[in-house]
Design a protein around this ligand. Structure first.
Ligand code: TYD
Ligand code: MG
Length: 450
């Protein structure tokens, strides 16, 4: 066992102290001290000598052969399966189904001894969940443990081909006094697990909690340490769940996996358009679908608008999930550039699912929803929109259009409306979706309502 000690470091300036301090004496910042493990120098020297530089062409690529997880959606999101020695972090809100997903994968995976470590549930609870999933339970071992050293002991004994940790926030290492879930514990446990994964070439899946603002609980550095970050999301009131990759060292981040939560576990959804289609039986006016991006991630959203004659003198404009000033701007553009008399109307706008969007590409869907409600003619639910509306009524190109188009295609849309100016330089690999280029608002109107 390497000689170790723990010290405290200021996260702002790196100043070192032997005990926790409220205020850093060096930089004056408050509450920045975090406990960290420092390994004795002699040990570090030993590790260095065993590793020597190799020519890239001499490295055997075979050692990176992926193994399938027997779950098509997960494999797709991972970029073709689990990479040996890689660390995957699966994040999501409580109750979204992270434990269910990973236990299901652990039970289903062929020819691989799996160790499922749970710090949240007892063995009996895991057995109940496994029974519910109705899968053959052959080579999956479960361990209810939170101490990292005890977990490593079991790993050494079992020599599993895949390790799942549920969740990283419940683990603690003897090397630190901090409580489980604290920044220093999460970071140190991840570092030790990651070292284990790389040294033994064992794939490792960590489940992580998410904080209220939607980021992974624990230090941001956690996301830097792992190879792949997957986000499991969805509205708990609906049965659908989306698994997307936020970071992937071994694949693309534009893939997503879709599941349906059933009483017997998560079912892979092969035809994702059923998600949107199942919500309305008949076509309704005032609804348009926007192909937006949330950071690096494509997201298809339903925009709902209601335009009605103002009951009182001053018309009301209200927007949920969308900037109301931008809505006013779009209404002014519709009035001035396309001649729609909306100045005397109440306009309400809502982004379905309680999501907030800032992406300017939503504009085109917003005006389509408003026009649809104003004319009382439905827009087909198979159409979606991605374009920014300029002050002169022109439809402007938006970034990452290829990603938006491929997401829309994956979700089963038949047409996507985009800016004509974006057509140049667009590298299309799509077959299943028709691209409708539009230059001005009038053209959108012509296309939709004739
Ligand atoms: P869980 O995997 O415990 O969520 P997490 O680990 O992300 O906190 O899933 C919790 C929810 O899933 C719970 O509310 C019950 C539901 N569920 C089903 O609907 N069907 C099932 O087969 C299982 C196992 C859970
Ligand atoms: Mg859980």
């Amino acid at each position: 066992m390497a000689k170790t000690k723990s010290v405290f470091f200021c996260q702002s300036c790196g100043n070192e102290a032997t005990k926790w301090l409220g205020k850093c004496p060096a930089c004056g910042d408050w509450n920045t001290y975090v406990e960290e493990v420092v390994r004795a120098k002699t040990n570090a020297g030993a590790i260095r000598s065993s590793n020597s530089a190799i020519l890239v062409e001499d490295i055997q690529a075979g050692s990176f052969a992926r193994c399938t997880s027997a779950d098509q959606e997960l494999d797709r999101v991972l970029g073709g399966g689990l990479v040996p020695g890689s660390v995957v972090l699966v994040g999501g809100e409580p109750g979204i189904g992270k434990s269910t997903l990973m236990l299901q994968v652990s039970l289903k995976i062929p020819d691989l001894k799996v160790l499922y470590v749970s710090g949240e549930e007892s063995e009996q609870q895991l057995k109940m969940r496994a029974d519910r999933l109705k899968l053959p339970q052959t080579n999956c071992f479960v361990l209810a443990e939170t101490n990292l050293q005890a977990i490593f002991q079991q790993i050494e004994f079992l020599k599993p081909g895949l390790v799942v940790i549920d969740s990283i926030q419940t683990l603690s290492t003897d090397l630190l006094d901090a409580s489980p879930g604290s920044v220093s514990q999460v970071r140190e446990c991840t570092a030790q697990l990651q070292r284990f994964a790389k040294q033994t070439n064992t794939p490792l899946v960590l489940i992580g909690h998410i904080t209220k603002d939607g980021s992974l609980a624990g230090p941001k550095v956690l996301e830097h340490m792992v190879d792949t970050v997957l986000q499991f999301e969805g509205d708990r009131n609906y049965g659908y769940r989306i698994l997307r990759s936020v970071k992937n060292r071994f694949g693309s981040t534009s893939e997503l996996g879709i599941y349906e939560m059933r009483s017997d576990g998560l079912r892979e959804v092969n035809n994702p358009s059923e998600i949107l289609l199942s919500q309305h039986d008949e076509e309704m006016s005032g609804i348009a679908i926007a192909a937006t991006m949330e950071g690096m991630r494509p997201l298809v959203l339903e925009i709902q608008a209601l335009v009605s004659t103002a009951a009182y003198g001053t018309p009301q404009r209200s927007a949920t999930g969308f900037d109301v000033r931008r809505l006013n701007m779009l209404l002014a553009v519709l009035e001035k550039r396309a001649g729609f008399r909306l100045g005397i109307k109440d306009v309400f706008l809502n982004v379905a699912g309680g999501i907030r969007v800032d992406d300017p590409a939503t504009d085109l869907a917003v005006i389509s929803a408003i026009l649809s409600s104003s004319e009382d003619i439905p827009v087909s639910q198979k159409y979606c929109f991605s374009g920014e509306v300029g002050l002169s009524g022109e439809i402007r190109p938006v970034i990452r259009l290829e990603n938006r188009i491929s997401e829309a295609e994956k979700l089963g849309f038949s047409k996507i409306f985009i800016s004509r100016a974006a057509l140049k330089g667009l590298q299309l690999k799509t077959k299943g979706i028709q691209i409708v280029p539009v230059g001005k608002i009038d053209e959108v109107f012509q296309n939709l309502f004739g």
